[in-house]
Write a protein that binds this ligand. Structure first.
Ligand code: IPE
Ligand code: IPE
Ligand code: MG
Length: 248
């Protein structure tokens, strides 16, 4: 089985999971945290190198205040509880998004955890928090604009690499596989630039029900796909043959 180097997940459906059980939505989010822990463990075992989880979008700030507050509290608890597990498992924590918008107490724990796990190298757990791709691209354009204004960069000389380097994900390769749970077939402002050639996988399962087995199913399907990157199938077969010969 081909294991994606970078797996990204839009963890959707916590609210519906709770509503189906006549429970408050926040209980769905709490249950969702258990799925996160199971999936992190499984990814580590499988040898995934980067796992990016869409945990809170730029647009999610517009949800009812009590839900936003409950989600932030849950995030704080998660970060506090998770640190020792991350250290034990050799996982490095990273985060993307407009992190300044997070409550002070949360951004403090987040920064500390990122710093404390910086030396871990078995897997990167990258949390997208207060993240929106358009917001990220806007901030990147502002950064490049400032470089042009102070004479460090020529507008006509901007490359795709320069744009990639100005994004929050500059240290992370593009995702190989993107999974979205809960049956919605959209990307909701997630990694728009970075997923240009990412394989997409949609499942009906709600995030709290998304199991290790379902993750394996997604990766199995990913393994069966041919990623062509604009080339023809014949070109790819030639390339594979040549690469194979190169290894002998
Ligand atoms: C995903 O679950 C988690 C967040 C967006 C924070 P939702 O809360 O969006 O769940 P549904 O889509 O309402 O079921
Ligand atoms: C996307 O889910 C964001 C996260 C999973 C954090 P949403 O539930 O916010 O997306 P929409 O509103 O259905 O597109
Ligand atoms: Mg949703």
């Amino acid at each position: 089985m081909q294991i994606p180097i970078h797996l990204a997940i839009i963890m959707d459906g916590n609210g519906r999971w709770a509503e189906q059980r006549h429970l408050p939505r926040i209980l769905g989010h709490r249950k969702g945290v258990e799925s996160v822990q199971g999936i992190v463990d499984e990814c580590l075992e499988l040898g995934v190198r980067y796992l990016t989880l869409y945990a809170f979008s730029s647009e999610n700030w517009r949800r009812p205040q009590d839900e936003v507050e409950a989600l932030m509290a849950l995030l704080g608890t998660f970060l506090k509880n998770e640190l020792s597990r991350l250290q034990k498992m050799g996982i490095r924590l990273m985060a993307i998004g407009e992190l300044d918008r997070l409550p002070k107490s949360i951004s403090k724990i987040l920064k500390e955890s990122i710093k404390k796990t910086a030396g871990n190298d078995r897997m990167v757990l990258n949390l997208a928090l207060s993240y929106g791709s358009r917001n990220e691209l806007t901030r990147a354009m502002q950064r490049l604009g400032r470089e042009i204004a102070n004479g460090k960069l020529q507008a006509d000389a901007i490359t795709e690499e320069d744009i990639g380097m100005a994004l929050d994900t500059h240290d992370i390769p593009d995702p190989d596989l993107l999974i979205r749970t809960s049956g919605e077939m959209r990307t909701s402002n997630f990694l728009l630039w970075q997923t240009a050639y990412t394989e997409l996988y949609f499942t009906e399962a709600l995030w709290p029900d998304f199991s290790r087995d379902q993750l394996l199913q997604a990766i199995e399907e990913y393994s069966r796909r041919q990623r062509r990157f604009g080339l023809t199938g014949a070109q790819l077969r030639n390339k594979e043959n040549n690469d194979g010969e190169g290894r002998h």
